[in-house]
Design a binder for this molecule. Structure first.
Ligand code: GDP
Ligand code: MG
Length: 441
């Protein structure tokens, strides 16, 4: 999947421009790739349809080519399909919270159970681990040892063959000990698949867990879909723990299983050690899936441009203070070399004297230096000063300069810039109003 996507991305990159025919072709190629990865047809269609619609309707931000924009839309829609840009909610919503892990043998359930315990113990929760795998020899000792290492409570019965009885005793034990989070580890193999799934169902019915987390080995690729489907017939799946992300380049199967089950990936395992757990980040995952390191730079750029235009909107609404300037400097710095911002910044918003500086290549690095200095200055101001710059008097200027390691003159220079901006904004607003009266608004 990664390879297919990488090829596609390179093809889009190689296109000289995107017309109707190439757009259709690219969309068909995206569909082919996703279908080959066993993503269901309706999901594929909805992803490509959204990309197409957005590509036709939305204008690429200033400074972004339509090729780059198409890549960005592909990226964004895949991220959305994986749960969105926002980090998954990993809070434990009630006490005790029962979390049941399911998955085939070797997917990493037991290891992940310990990782989760560690993760939540670090967040000051009392965590208990219950081992219900009576099938795999050594499962009991494996989890018991891990529990000791992470300081979690443990319950298991070494010689029992009755997972439901173990579970019942385990739950009682955890509740007696006022555990906040109870993690139930289950078997991953049985005499046959049917028995395994039935056992998972029986454990589910008995435990009534608040969350069922499917553990998937990222290296299995498209098999993930079949595994997911099999479990889904017996128990609901609320979330996914994707393991072995450290050792695979083909993490694509996860995309499929997640889209299929409608569950969100919450965590990923990035190594064998119990500390090697991360909260899932869809942005990072899709960048990797699309195999483009420099896509990240593009996305950063688009985000910065969006941020920039938001700030501009604020400024135009007249909400200007030093915090606005601070945000503006941050987004400019994110955009990289100052020479680039000329293309991106509505230069009309900049006072003549600074525009002149920016147009002069030689003075460019000086300007960069100036921005950095201003950033330090803004950092040594209080929130109150940022929001209400009028209170900054001579003694405050001296204090700020000292804090930023600059001269009071530098601080005044920044304040002058701010005053200029403010005056300009007011002028713009006034002329808008005049214009509005002229056209009879
Ligand atoms: P279970 O059968 O589902 O309980 O799987 P185990 O927890 O016993 O793990 C199976 C194997 O996968 C063990 O060798 C683990 O060390 C390994 N493993 C689990 N998670 C990860 C991971 O995130 N990265 C790597 N590299 N190995 C892992
Ligand atoms: Mg196990």
């Amino acid at each position: 999947l990664i390879e297919a996507f990488t090829n596609l991305v390179n093809r889009i990159r190689g296109l000289s421009y995107i017309d109707e025919a190439t757009l259709k072709e690219v969309l068909r190629e995206i569909q082919r790739i996703l279908l080959r990865a066993d993503v269901s047809a309706d999901v594929v269609l909805s992803i490509t349809k959204t990309i197409e619609e957005r590509f036709r309707q939305e204008k690429p931000p200033q400074g972004i080519t339509s090729k780059e924009f198409l890549l960005y839309l592909l990226y964004q829609e895949l991220v959305k399909a994986l749960g969105g840009e926002e980090a998954p909610n990993v809070n434990v919503s009630k006490r005790p919270y029962k979390l049941m892990l399911i998955g085939v043998e070797g997917s990493g359930k037991t290891t992940s159970a310990a990782k989760l315990a560690r993760f939540y113990i670090k967040r000051n929760l009392r965590v208990g681990l219950i081992e219900t795998d009576t099938y795999r020899p050594g499962a009991y000792h494996q989890l018991k040892q891990l529990a000791e290492r992470v300081n979690a409570l443990f319950y298991g019965e070494e010689n029992s063959k009755d997972p439901i009885a173990i579970l019942r005793h385990g739950l009682e034990y955890m509740q007696r000990n006022r555990v906040d989070l109870i993690i139930i580890d289950t078997a991953g193999r049985h005499r046959n698949e049917e028995e395994l799934l039935k056992e998972a169902k029986a454990i589910y019915d008995e435990a009534k867990p608040d969350e069922v987390m499917l553990v998937i080995d990222a290296t299995v690729g498209r098999q993930a879909a079949a595994q997911t489907e099999a479990f889904m017939k017996y128990v609901p799946i609320h979330s996914v723990f994707l393991t072995k992300m450290d050792s695979t380049a083909k993490a694509g199967g996860a995309l499929t299983s997640v889209i299929r089950s409608g569950a969100r990936i919450k965590f990923i395992g990035v190594g064998e050690d119990i500390d090697e757990i991360e909260v899932f980040d869809a942005n990072k995952y899709v960048s990797r899936l699309l195999g483009m390191g420099d896509l990240e730079a593009l996305i950063e750029k688009i985000r910065a441009i969006e941020e920039e235009s938001k700030i501009m909107e604020e400024i135009e609404e007249g909400k200007i203070n030093l915090l606005t300037i601070k945000k503006q400097i941050d987004s400019i710095m994110k955009l990289g070399p100052l020479s680039k911002i000329l293309e991106l910044l509505p230069t009309s918003m900049l006072p003549m004297q600074y525009r002149a500086v920016m147009l002069d290549e030689e003075k460019m690095s000086n300007a960069q230096e100036m921005l950095r200095r201003w950033r330090h200055i803004l950092d040594s101001m209080t929130k109150e000063e940022l929001l209400n710059p009028d209170i900054i008097n001579a003694s405050r200027i001296r204090r700020i300069a000292k804090g930023a390691g600059v001269t009071p003159k530098d601080v005044k220079e920044l304040l002058n810039y701010y005053q200029l901006m403010k005056r300009m904004v007011n002028q713009i607003k006034k002329s808008r109003r005049r214009l509005g009266r002229l056209v009879g608004e």
